[in-house]
Design a protein around this ligand. Structure first.
Ligand code: AMP
Length: 324
C-alpha cells in the first residue's frame, strides 16, 4: 500500500523482503529478497535508495541499525527499539506521563496475585494476540523459556480506540480522529469511524498521541492503541508504521495514512487528516476472503485484497472499507 501511494506521488520504490512472494513485491519497481541479517543485501539496498522506511516492526533491530549507517531510515532505529519491546515501550510511556496498565517484568506469581486477573505476553515479536495468556490468581504459569515476558494487569475497558498520528521531518504534526476497534480472538476485526466516545475524549486521545509522537522523536506515522475506561485513556500499544486501524483513511479521509507516511519522510507538507465519510473497516481474515459477494453487491464497499498466497486461519488477507 505504501508503494502504491509512493508511485502515485511520483516516487520509485525498492522492497527488501525475506519472503519471495510478499505482497509488496508485486507492486514495486525493484525487489531484493534476502534475509534481514544479510549485510551485503542491506548495503545493496541502501545504495539503491534515498530513504528507507518499514511497515512491520518485527524486523531485527540490528538490520535497521546497520541500514541506518548507510542510508536515512525513518522512523529511526531508536523508535523501532522502543516499540518492538513491550517493556521498553511501557517504561517509555510512563516516563512521559502517558498511563498504561500496571505491569510487571518478574515475580509473576506474586504479581498475578496482586493483579487478580492479568495477561502474560511475550515482550517481543508478539502480534494479533500471539504469545498471550489470560491468567487468574492461582493459575499456573505456562513454560516461559528464555525470552522476556511481561505480565499486564487485565483492564476491564469500556472500548478500544486508536489514533494515527503523523509527524514530518519538518516537525509538522497531525493526528487523525480516533476509531473504535473491535477485536475477535485477539485480532482486529473492525474499526469504526467515528469512534463511540465523547468529543472531549477524542481530543484528549489526539493530544496524547501527538505528545507520544513528539517525545519519541517520530518521523513517519504511528498508531497509538488505547483502552477507554470512563474518561481515562490507557495506552496499550504503539506501532510506528501504517496500521490496520488506519486503513479506513484510504477511502474515507482526504489523505490516507500511506500518503502521509510518504509526505512525512520526504519532508513534504502533510495532507488533511479530515474524514469525509463515516463507516467502518472490516478485516478479511482467513477464508472470509472467499465470501466477498455481499461486499461486491454494496456499491459503497471498497475492497482491498493483498494477494497473499494461502488463506490460513487468522491471516489477514485483505480488508473492506464500508462507507455509510
Ligand atoms: P495486544 O497484542 O497487546 O494489542 O493485545 C491484543 C488485544 O488483547 C487487545 O487489543 C485487547 O483487546 C486485549 N488486551 C491486551 N492487553 C490487555 C489488558 N491489559 N487488559 C485487557 N485486555 C487486553
Amino acid at each position: 500500500m505504501t508503494c502504491f501511494y509512493a508511485h502515485k506521488m511520483g516516487f520509485k520504490t525498492v522492497v527488501l523482503s525475506d519472503i519471495a512472494d510478499a505482497p509488496a513485491t508485486f507492486v514495486t519497481n525493484q525487489t531484493i529478497i534476502a534475509d534481514y541479517s544479510d549485510k551485503d543485501a542491506l548495503k545493496k539496498f541502501a545504495q539503491m535508495i534515498d530513504i528507507a522506511t518499514f511497515e512491520f516492526e518485527n524486523i531485527p533491530l540490528e538490520a535497521v541499525s546497520f541500514l541506518a549507517q548507510h542510508v536515512e531510515v525513518c522512523p529511526n532505529a531508536e523508535v523501532l527499539k522502543i516499540t518492538q519491546h513491550r517493556v521498553l515501550e511501557k517504561d517509555f510511556l510512563n516516563s512521559i506521563g502517558a498511563k498504561t496498565a500496571d505491569y510487571a517484568t518478574s515475580n509473576f506469581e506474586e504479581n498475578l496475585k496482586k493483579f487478580g486477573k492479568a495477561i502474560l505476553k511475550t515482550a517481543t515479536m508478539g502480534y494479533d494476540g500471539k504469545g498471550q495468556f489470560v491468567l487468574k490468581a492461582g493459575d499456573s504459569l505456562p513454560e516461559l523459556g528464555s525470552s522476556p515476558w511481561i505480565l499486564e494487569k487485565f483492564c476491564p475497558f469500556d472500548s478500544e480506540i486508536s489514533v494515527m498520528v503523523v509527524r514530518s521531518k519538518t516537525g509538522e504534526i497531525k493526528a487523525y480522529e480516533p476509531l473504535t476497534n473491535i477485536h475477535k480472538n485477539g485480532i482486529l476485526d473492525e474499526s469504526h469511524y467515528p469512534a463511540k466516545v465523547s468529543d472531549s475524549l477524542k481530543i484528549k486521545a489526539q493530544n496524547l498521541a501527538k505528545n507520544i509522537a513528539e517525545k519519541i522523536g517520530l518521523i513517519g506515522v504511528l498508531a497509538v492503541e488505547m483502552f477507554v475506561i470512563g474518561d481515562e485513556l490507557l495506552v496499550n500499544e504503539l506501532a510506528p508504521r501504517p496500521h490496520n486501524s488506519g486503513h479506513f483513511s484510504m477511502d474515507a479521509a482526504v489523505t490516507s495514512q500511506f500518503e502521509q507516511l510518504i509526505r512525512a519522510i520526504t519532508g513534504l507538507p502533510l495532507g488533511s487528516t479530515e474524514f469525509h465519510s463515516t463507516g467502518y473497516m472490516k478485516n478479511l481474515i482467513g477464508d472470509e476472503v472467499n465470501n466477498l459477494e455481499e461486499f461486491y453487491k454494496n456499491p459503497n464497499a471498497k475492497i482491498h485484497l493483498y494477494g497473499k498466497a494461502e488463506a490460513k486461519a487468522g491471516r489477514k488477507m485483505g480488508h473492506v472499507n464500508i462507507l455509510e
